[in-house]
Design a protein around this ligand. Structure first.
Ligand SMILES: Nc1nc2c(ncn2[C@@H]2O[C@@H]3COP(=O)(O)O[C@H]4[C@@H](O)[C@H](n5cnc6c(=O)[nH]c(N)nc65)O[C@@H]4COP(=O)(O)O[C@H]3[C@H]2O)c(=O)[nH]1
Length: 711
């Protein structure tokens, strides 16, 4: 225990034993009307040390509870007895009033003897008031020293680095964490200025702010970059406080800091994840929007224009569905690279998600310059994407639809500009894809309807808004109903019926066609099963498959699963695939058709004659039926050319062993020509409009068309 600590304890004891207290009381009596009433009882029992007091003759006049416990004396018997007799070894030294130390051994509570140190202090000035004896366990540092030692350990073992300087800024103390973080041992820094730790990254303004805060508030807190002994620059989070002497002059600065390198690193990672697209490493939508907002703000300030190009890959979803996601990802990365190679360094290319990219051109002189720049970039992008992409051995051709919007003309804020570029892009999509178009105000209405439709379409399946109707297919020669085509109808909750022509393409583009087609297939098979159960055996039910469904992986499994779940023989089902979707990837189409045919399902090519109509590929397709498109039937009775085309298709089909079905037969004259040309069956309003399930069932049960010219 330091002399200071001893003094503190003794002072407390002196105050609380009679003499000191009396002195206080005497002083208080001189200065106040009612003096304090003496030490409250038991105070000395709580000071955490054994205390005794002797009178000037060395007789014991007081011992507190700790002293009773420690010495084993009986207070009744011991009071007024000479202390030297009670505790030999504590013989007072009446000659000296200076604090004197003694060591004595007393029996301990757990047996054996314990060594105690005592100090005797004069109870009054001059020593005439006797002595106060304070005991402590030898080796026990005592409460004050204990506190100091505790603080020293906290200082040393703190996980945060601590550096103390004097008022002149010389380092006077550092802890272990300081050495761990900075690499400097105490010997290398003591007496030196903390400037030795600076990184050189902060300018004068930074340090001016720092000193200003210290002067004004007495404290500064913030991020600071310093340099380790090995030269590495690293970030710290630092708090500095001043310790002032009474006069207000700074005597010490205490800096506490932690190394936030790891935190920074994870912050950087978080920043990257939040602002960059993980697949292509391009800025993502939030970062793009930030950059656009900034470009628009700069543009407004400097009277400059901004252009954005909103770009969506055509047929990307088909590629993803048919070649798989890994190829889809590779394609997106390659597109990102080509886009970056196409634009200038200060243009921004971002990926907004899916197959949507956006390019920002800023600081353009005026509307004309903005228009020219956007058109040039759009043309360059289209050219850059024109070369085929090689995806794991597959050469894939990709085009993009690009919508352009200019600011301030097409919108002054980022949200509006992006929306309008998107609108222009949609316009391109619905007018043939693969080119670019500038936004115009008139586009908005049509696109808004489309967006509303898309929104409702997403809900239609779960809200059970779809149903099927069935259009009969009739044998030309016998006039018998040979089958039905299932056609999808969408009735919105307010009663409006949206024709498939309006929503099928939208469903294809949004990918919603996959669950929709699956629903149709399941529902149609269930209907066919109920016909079989009703004893109808001689029919087939045609179901349309979208291009996306056809190219989707696992189609064969899906069809097989639905048939077996419903318990329908495959021969009742005819899948109709459009000529266009077969042509998109003929090799794969042949493979899928073969699989389906092996399962026993019938296959038809729909809308024949509208697409590439390559007759040579027809030979390769393992199909049963060819459906001649309505477009050729319309003029068949009046146009010799159309009649010749249909006749050629029928001949060709027959030569390949296929059944021929003509669609859209509305007039008896058309039927008559088809009959002459040997067409097998017909479908159209002349025979029947699409029927509700119950009517279709009655018709199939009767087997014949009641009122048609078909025999
Ligand atoms: N002008 C005229 N039209 C006639 C006549 N006879 C039949 N039609 C219509 O022609 C379409 C025949 O279907 P599609 O060529 O497969 O063409 C279908 C098909 O490609 C598609 N579609 C319909 N239902 C489905 C479906 O369940 N799944 C898929 N993926 N597509 C479907 O939507 C297209 C249009 O279907 P709908 O509007 O139901 O139109 C049907 C039918 O109502 C006629 O005499 N004159």
């Amino acid at each position: 225990m330091t002399p200071g600590a001893w003094l503190l304890l003794a002072l407390l004891a002196v105050l609380c034993t009679g003499a000191g207290w009396r002195r206080l009381r005497a002083r208080a009596g001189r200065s106040a009307a009612s003096p304090p009433a003496g030490p409250p009882p038991g105070v000395l029992d709580r000071i955490g040390a054994a205390v005794l007091a002797t009178d000037p003759g060395g007789r014991l006049i007081y011992l507190n509870a700790d002293a009773v416990r420690l010495t084993g004396l009986d207070p009744e018997a011991a009071l007024r007895q000479p202390l030297a007799e009670l505790l030999p070894g504590l013989s007072p030294d009446p000659e000296s009033v200076a604090p004197s130390a003694r060591t004595l051994r007393l029996p301990g509570t757990a047996g054996g003897e314990v060594e105690w140190e005592t100090r005797a202090l004069p109870a009054t000035d001059g020593g005439a008031g006797g002595l106060v004896w304070v005991f402590r366990h030898a080796g026990d540092p005592g409460p004050v020293e204990r506190q100091l030692r505790l603080f020293a350990r906290v200082f040393e073992h703190s996980a945060d680095a601590i550096m103390v300087t004097d008022g002149e800024g010389r380092i006077v103390r550092v802890n272990e964490a300081f050495t761990r973080i900075t690499g400097y041992s105490p010997a290398e820094v003591l007496g030196r200025n903390p400037r030795m730790l600076q990184s050189g990254l902060h300018d004068e303004e930074f340090y001016a702010g720092f000193w200003n805060a210290l002067r004004k508030e007495g404290t500064w807190q913030g991020e600071i970059w310093n340099r380790r002994k090995n030269g590495e620059i690293y970030p710290q989070w630092m708090s500095i406080g001043t310790l002032d002497a009474e006069a207000g002059e700074v005597v010490h600065f205490v800096a506490i800091f932690t190394d936030i390198t790891d935190k920074k690193r994870s912050e950087d990672t978080i920043h990257y994840l939040a602002y960059y697209d993980g697949l292509t490493s391009l800025p993502n939508r939030p970062l793009f929007e930030e950059k656009l907002v900034q470009a628009l703000r700069d543009g407004q300030r400097n009277g400059r224009w901004v252009a954005i190009l909103y770009l969506d890959l055509d047929r990307f979803k088909d590629i993803n569905d048919s070649l798989g996601h890994a190829s889809g990802d590779r394609l997106l990365r390659s597109v990102a690279t080509r886009l970056l190679e196409t634009v200038r360094n200060n243009d921004v290319v971002a990926r907004l998600g899916g197959d949507e990219f956006v390019i920002l051109l800023s600081d353009l002189a005026d509307g004309n310059a903005a228009g020219r720049a956007a058109a040039t970039v759009a043309r360059k992008v289209i050219a850059a994407l024109a070369d085929p992409f090689n995806l794991e051995g597959h050469e894939v051709l990709v085009t993009a639809s690009i919508g352009v919007a200019l600011a301030p003309q097409d919108g002054e804020d980022a949200g509006e500009l992006i929306k309008n570029a998107d609108t222009a892009m949609y316009q391109v999509k619905s007018s043939g894809k693969g080119h670019y178009q500038f936004f115009s105000r008139e586009m908005n209405l049509a696109i808004r309807r489309r967006l509303r439709l898309e929104h409702s379409l997403r809900k239609a399946l779960e809200h059970d808004e779809f149903h099927l109707v069935f259009q009969p297919q009739v044998s030309v020669r016998q006039g018998t109903v040979i089958g039905m085509e299932a056609l999808l109808r969408w009735r919105q909750p307010h009663g409006e019926i949206i024709p498939p022509g309006e929503f099928i393409q939208l469903a294809e583009e949004t990918g919603l066609i996959l669950p929709i087609d699956e629903w149709v297939l399941r529902r149609a098979c269930a209907q066919a099963r109920s016909w079989v159960d009703a004893g109808i055996r001689d029919f087939r039910l045609a179901v349309n498959l979208s291009g996306r469904q056809f190219h989707r992986r696992g189609l064969i499994l899906l069809v097989g699963r639905i048939l077996s779940e419903i318990g329908l023989e495959p021969r009742y089902l005819e899948l109709e695939i459009t000529e266009g979707s077969v042509m998109a990837d003929i090799d794969r189409a042949v493979e899928v058709l073969r699989g389906l045919r092996q399962m026993g399902v019938r296959l038809a090519v729909d809308d024949f004659g509208t697409g590439y109509s390559s007759l040579s590929y027809l030979r390769r397709l393992p199909i049963h039926t060819l459906k001649v498109d309505r477009a050729f039937i319309r003029e068949i009775a009046t146009s010799t050319q159309d009649a010749a085309i249909v006749e050629a298709i029928i001949r060709l089909g027959h030569s390949l062993g296929l059944q021929l079905v003509a669609e859209g037969v509305e007039q008896p004259e058309q039927l008559s020509v088809l009959e002459d040309q040997g067409c097998d069956s017909v479908q159209g309003y002349l025979l029947s409009r699409p029927l509700r399930a119950a009517d279709a069932t009655s018709l199939l049960t009767s087997g014949r068309m009641p009122q048609t010219g078909a025999r």
